[in-house]
Design a protein around this ligand. Structure first.
Ligand SMILES: [Zn+2]
Length: 365
């Protein structure tokens, strides 16, 4: 199988492929509609496939599409797993696999990063007691740059404006402001929502049952759009000198596991899914890896997000910008380049194999 062929052209195809492959492999399959429709009127859902030992002590969770459009990649890894890599797999070591397909089906189907309420779902999982309000200090000052209230044009000099802002305020004004998550601008980039999302509710109602009595979990959440092209990094929330970090580094590579997102040239976020899952299972070794696969330079990615968001909210009827901005968004998050596609699916599969191996070793020990 060519790994590039694991990519689907749209959400519906990806979903059908995932469900069909899961069924032919004999997985338990569950479907959770989100009460939204795609562009062809199709019902949108989160689909969950479970395979392996019925009451596993060790579980590998593989999730895709928390950021909508990024789901083309995560779904490709899941489909390649189900269609090929798990066919001869026997879970003799008490390991279970839980595959969560399209955690943001709306964004996947409509080719957006955000969900049906313009929410970045990886900023929506606030911990109990945290409030859906507030923004980084400079977001208010830079709102004019991030979120202009007009449709985009193809030749707007965003890069010049962004570079001028960086020169004036420093690069941290962007990296510590824009992607952190904000709760005050519902039409703005990186909006975390005003309440728990449908995806939040579905996970809250079911994750405990999917995880069951497992004592060790490795959860790989697939993302794209950050880092060097066709390579990946694993971001974790565990403290740098903890036993969990040590174990992850030993099993997934010292250079690849990055405990401190700021040092890794990324950023600290609010409302991330990882911290929320870990807080939900305090009695369990719940290792959460945000697997980020690089595509294009970060300013190019931000520029594409910004243009698509402007088109979404401010394009008049029959304006061309919604279509070209979505096409560009797909390209910056899921490049059409076959070499990129081959490389990232291969690396994604290797990552899942490493997780199974690491937990298998733990089960035997
Ligand atoms: Zn992402």
């Amino acid at each position: 199988m060519s790994y590039a062929s694991a990519f689907s052209p749209n959400y519906s195809t990806a979903r059908n492929r995932f469900c069909t492959a899961a069924q032919s492999l004999g997985c338990r399959l569950e479907t959770y509609p989100i009460e939204q429709n795609g562009s062809d009127g199709e019902e949108l859902s989160i689909d969950v496939a479970m395979v392996g030992s019925p009451h596993p002590q060790q579980i590998v969770v593989v999730s895709s599409g928390l950021h909508g459009v990024e789901g083309f990649f995560g779904s490709a890894v899941q489909c390649a797993l189900l269609e090929e890599h798990l066919v001869d797999w026997s879970a003799t070591q008490g390991i279970g696999l839980v595959l969560l397909h399209a955690l943001n089906p709306y964004g996947f189907a409509w080719r957006r990063r955000w969900n049906e309420d313009n929410v970045d779902l990886n900023r929506n999982f606030l911990l109990p007691g945290e409030e859906y309000r507030g923004s980084p200090e400079k977001y208010h000052d830079l709102n004019w740059l991030f979120n202009p209230t007009s449709p985009p044009s193809r030749f707007e000099p965003f890069l010049i404006k962004a570079i001028a802002t960086i020169v004036r305020h420093g690069i941290t004004s962007l990296t510590e402001t824009l992607p952190v998550g904000q709760y005050d601008f519902p039409q703005g980039l990186f909006f975390g929502g005003h309440r728990p999302s449908k995806t939040y509710e579905i996970l809250q109602a079911n994750l405990t049952r999917w995880i069951g009595e497992a004592t060790n979990v490795v959860h790989i959440d697939f993302h794209t759009g950050l880092g060097k092209k066709a390579t990946y990094q694993l971001f974790i929330d565990d403290p740098p000198d903890s036993a969990a970090t040590q174990w992850l580094r030993e099993n997934f590579g010292h250079q690849i596991v990055t405990p401190d997102k700021l040092k890794g040239n990324a950023y600290k976020i609010r409302g991330g899914l990882g911290s929320w899952c870990q807080a939900m299972f305090p009695q369990c070794n719940y290792h959460f890896l945000t697997a980020e696969f690089g595509t294009y330079p970060v300013l190019q990615v931000v520029e594409a997000l910004r243009a698509e968001n402007r088109a979404h909210f401010f394009a008049p009827p029959h304006h061309p910008s919604p279509e070209w901005t979505r096409q560009r968004l797909v390209e910056v998050f899921v490049p059409a380049d076959l070499a990129w596609r081959e490389a990232v699916v291969s690396q994604g599969l290797d990552l899942v194999a490493r997780a199974i191996e690491a937990l298998g070793a733990r089960a035997i020990a």
